[in-house]
Design a protein. Sequence first.
Length: 644
Amino acid sequence: MKKKLNTFAVLVLLSLSTRFAFALDLKSPNGKVILSFDLKSYDLVGTNCPIYHVRFQGRDALLDSRMGLKLLDGNLDRDFRILGSQNSSHDTTWKPVLAERETIHDHFNQLVVDLQTTTLPPKRLQITFRAYDEGVAFAYTLPEQNGIGDFVIQREETQFAFAQDPTTWVVYHAQGIYDASDRKHASKPLPSGQLKLSELRPGAERPLTVRVADDLYVALTEARLVDYARMKLRLATNTTNVLEAFLDAERGVNGMVTGHAPFSSPWRVVMVANSPGKLLEQNYLVLNLNEPCALTETSWIHGGKVIRESTLTTVGGKACVDFAVRQGLQFIEYDAGWYGYEYSDNSDARAVHLDPKRNPNPDSLDLQTVIDYANSHKIGVILYVNQRALTKQLAQILPIYEKWGVKGVKYGFVNVGSQQATAWLHAAIRQAAAHHLMVDIHDEFRNTGYQRTYPNLMTCEGIGGNEEFPGPVHNATVPFTRFLTGPADYTFCWYDTRLKNTHAHQLAISTIFFSPWQFIYWYDKPASYDGAPALDYWKSLPTTWDETRVIQGEIGSLVVVARRKSDSWFLGAIAPGNGKLQVPLSFLGHGKKFNATIYADPPPDKADGKAVTITKRMVDDQTILEAEIPKAGGMAVKLLPASP
């Protein structure tokens, strides 16, 4: 009888506590972003479901959106009461090792809400919210508690609810093309590019950029994805204008997450801004949501420009080194084939075993000689290794490459999606750091800010790059979608006849697209070099920056970005939707004069796609550059301080 009375008393107390639930508000430091949290009832779901709501400058960015987790042995998405909450603030400035800006301001207000189910046995869930001037983020934590030790998360109930049917820009795999009119990619089974929210199919990539209004943009993404399944997006069932997160696995099916309490999820991130350009300027939000640098010494980490060596020979390697010295590059890279057929499980990446399909002469590459020659000229060597060899030999090859004098490794065709693949890949980044090796990750991986914690993660692909030869609309879309989550290895080409854009366009996007390692000669060989004066722009182009400004931006139709290194500025402009531009140079600072070198397309009657006109003039902060850029063209400007 005593046991029944105690159980009844507990139920009464829990029931009474739910009657006093109230909304909790969290404001950003400037007060323009407000996140509200509450417990509400939902039809077909239940009572006391956790929800959040986001407002920006007094308008709804997201409506009431559900939250929660479904575990293999129970639900953590309803029947909650609030045990308590804690508020705090954080305001610091930090310096990244290699980034788009010299310093980053990390300023947020935080709310931690402790929840407990009213069902027996009670279970606890903690949700941490952060409100930045740049947006909001939240993460789930399963605290250490009785009844939850080892666990399996079957799915998240994370949703993003919009007021209407807004416009989005979507692809369904990380290397997708955002231009639906691109003929090469028109046969893809899922519609991509600019779509209404209601047209989305399951599997939308993140970041997903949404135009809520002409002056209100939202981007949905994740940060601190280290030991968890990748988030993708789809329309929620039985609702309208609502997206939900789902946990992805390698083959696009729902993934699961295993862990042991205490355990925290990645951050779910809602970036907000008045314009697409402001979203790009504020992409440091993803970095702020990662842990500080874990490396005590980072002087061995260097950015730079790269040429790919494609002959797999000693002669070719030395030629690339000599070319790099002449053209202001910092690295050469030996790609697939140097250690055998990359798709064979028998290939051995511990030594040179040339793929006969790429080079039938097994004795034509003395890799150590090339590495020594490169190092003597202060040029680093990067080696490509496919996932097949990485999985078997990672612990062996990293110390070998360090001993050889290699500076970096390019991880190719990595597995992505599942928690297992995510955890393995981030462990591989940490292992590379232990051997002073920088990393480029290729194919379907998109970064979520881990380069703050391990800055030897230089770049990654996860983009429809230049080897796919996308058109100008795609290139004018990715700054406001893909590049919101970090650097991308676009693999630039110059001499390839398959280019759809002009050479002036290539110069422009090399400034617009950020990557500490810029592969700017992908299909090109040193022998192809014809002395084109326009390539002096690439010769002097930095790959990391002290300041970044988005001057103009409309998704898919207009991009103008200016970046500063020390006292010099570089500017890139493309305009597939509107070729007549007026670019104010007010960012130069009052009273300063600059020598501007302008690289642009020639007049239409003289254009051939490869010609670049070069003009020089003196400019200052009062100057407005006027340009007429053809659809597939561009303009790049180098601005050097004038002598007093």
